[in-house]
Design a protein around this ligand. Sequence first.
Ligand code: ZN
Length: 158
Amino acid sequence: MQIGANKVVTFHYSLRDDEGKVLDSSEGRAPMTYLHGKGNIVPGLEKALEGKQGGDEVKATVPPADGYGLRDDKNIRNVPRRRLPEGKLQPGMRLHLRTEQGQGVVTVMAIKGDYVTIDGNHPLSDKTLHFEVKIVEVRDATAEELAHGHVHGPGGHH
Ligand code: ZN
């Protein structure tokens, strides 16, 4: 079965930067599972996997624009401490936030008095991503998975 819209794909992967440093990998863990065509993985990798099938090995080099985006200084903001979750904050901490713009993860950069500087840029923004993927399995998505836009069962939601 080939990867295309509405297929559920299970794969092992490693992700390296330009210097060959491993940024992320499924080695020693359960493989990753996603619903294809719904933007559940970075666009460049989704494109590279299109048409592939179980057992295929895929190498993909994904530029930042098709990966985690380009760094934008506008994503660095000062926000009142009270608008952030309770608990001790430290520079480098990552927080899950819900804002008017939706939800996302930000990194705490600095704390000054009643204000906290947060960086909403993805830590992998501006990076060219070098993926090595081994596709384990491709199957049809269930009606429920399509309705939710994500995978259920092992490696998925719920
Ligand atoms: Zn669901």
